[in-house]
Design a protein around this ligand. Structure first.
Ligand code: GAP
Length: 455
């Protein structure tokens, strides 16, 4: 298993993730996604949205505001009980989560820690120019409440019947006592949440279906099955709203940790919002001719944690002809760049022009990248390290010269096997489409795409 420092350093070097405000010494609790990171994380979110919203007819989406009425957070129970126990060290001034301390002494200086007390995770904001008269509310600690308060709006507008779900991707904020482990625990992060509304009585069955579905989703995009597991919450660790909760855990470099929580939230939130707002949040069941408050199954994932898990899982080191090769073996749909187009000789204008033209054509369909800033061997290694599934190399034979008529073929190189096939430029797009569907072996067997040794 790769260590976290190796991942942090690769992410900085190659432009995946930078420390927030680094030139001012950095902010340990937030991270910025760079040019490759934003593509990669957008792919994670896009696949989640496609699979959970667009490919299902029982799901719709929303994009609610981050700032919400303060009564939302009273009703949800967050103001009263969204906290973690913390202990402070009177000697060195450090703070720790009390439930993560092994004894009563400071892990930093050994002094006796203060007695644990609850620390609210809610981050206050003041809406209005004069603080004294401004409306005090909170940055949302979960995206879920933006869904619950819109339940009736969505129901009326979409005319959905139970069972159906509402999905949302967006930022959430928590004043974590101990942020750390890179993007795993931060004070600002992104969630990908589903609130799935069902008839009371069918909730336990739906809960299990969502657990199975979400567990399979990570594996579909490459997470190895040895690195992912389910963990049932004990009764005493259930959140204030949950009847049952199962976490999907990933074997991160620091050990097994939560990737996603899938909770049965019962009718707690809709009931609470009805009570506090005075607005009925119900569903009329045609069959029984009665109004019900639906139960809610909530698969709640972190976009940053998912991205970190996909990154860690994709990381491979191997030795090729006595040299270390670092490869991110991303699923093609997750890879930030899908195809790199590389000229074999950058001093040959015709090769360069042709490579740029091929890149411009491919780009219309897949995010492609042209690079001529190093020798071909180095260019391949760079693309391996950022997980680009395919490199297309343009050489003298592609463009021809006075002596050799052009046969207009390019080389496609596979990131994982390093094997190569020769493909006519005219067939490049259709071959690429097959390869992106992960059919390298089938394509490589076909004439006239002869396969050559690894490079
Ligand atoms: N609405 C339910 C809810 O928010 P949660 O288990 O507190 O449940 C859901 O959070 C997911 O959000 C987690 O599984 C994790 O992936 C992500 N998450 C929570 N706190 C986080 C933090 N401080 N930093 C990064 N991701 C976090």
């Amino acid at each position: 298993m790769v260590d976290l420092d190796t991942i942090v350093s690769l992410c900085k070097r190659r432009g995946f993730i930078f420390q927030s405000s680094e030139i001012y010494g950095g902010l340990g609790s937030a991270w910025d996604y760079g040019p490759l990171g934003v593509e990669f994380k957008n792919n994670v979110k896009r696949l989640w949205w496609r699979d959970n919203v667009q490919l299902r007819d029982d799901m719709v989406g929303v994009d609610a505001a981050i700032s919400m009425h303060p009564k939302v957070w009273e009703a949800s129970g967050h103001v009263a009980s969204f906290s973690d126990p913390f202990s402070g060290c009177p000697s060195c001034g450090r703070h720790y989560r009390a439930d993560q301390l092994t004894d009563a002494f400071c892990p930093n200086c050994g002094a006796k820690m203060s007695a644990p007390k609850p620390a609210s995770l809610m981050l206050e904001i003041f809406l209005g120019p004069v603080k004294e008269t401004a409306m005090k509310t909170y940055l949302r600690p979960e995206t879920a409440q933006g869904i619950f308060v819109n339940f009736d709006n969505v129901l009326q507008a979409s005319r959905k019947k139970l069972s159906f779900g509402i999905a949302q991707i967006g930022k959430a904020f928590r004043n974590e006592i101990t942020p750390g482990n890179f993007t795993f625990r931060t004070r600002e992060f992104e969630q990908m949440e589903i609130e799935y509304f069902v008839m009371p009585g069918t909730d336990e069955e739906w809960h299990q279906r969502w657990i199975d579905e979400r567990f399979a989703w990570y594996q579909k995009y490459g997470i190895r099955k040895d690195n992912i597991r389910l963990r049932e919450h004990a009764q005493d660790e259930l959140a204030h709203y949950a009847k049952r909760c199962v976490d999907i855990e990933y074997l991160f470099p620091m050990g097994w940790s939560e990737l996603e929580g899938i909770a049965n939230r019962t009718n707690y939130d809709l009931t609470q919002h009805s009570k506090i707002s005075g607005k009925a949040l119900e569903y009329f069941d045609e069959e029984s001719k009665r109004k019900v408050v639906p139960y809610v199954i909530e698969p709640s994932a972190g976009a940053d944690r998912s991205a970190l898990a996909f990154l860690v899982d994709a990381y491979h080191e191997e030795e090729v002809r006595g040299e270390k090769r670092v490869v991110l073996k991303f699923h093609p749909e997750l890879a930030p760049i899908k195809i790199a187009v590389l000229p074999l000789l950058k001093k040959n204008d015709r090769i360069v022009e042709t490579a740029k033209r091929i890149c411009a054509d491919l780009r219309k369909r897949w995010f492609s990248f042209y690079d001529d800033t190093a020798s071909i061997g180095r260019l391949y290694r760079r693309q391996d390290e950022i997980g680009t599934p395919y490199c297309v190399t343009v050489d003298v034979q592609t463009v021809g010269d006075e002596k050799t008529p052009a046969d207009e073929k390019v080389t496609i190189r596979d990131r994982d096997t390093m094997q190569q096939i020769r493909v006519p430029v005219s067939a490049l797009e259709s071959v690429m489409a097959d390869l992106m569907a992960e059919r390298w072996a089938e394509v490589a067997r076909q004439e006239p795409y002869r396969m050559s040794a690894a490079k």
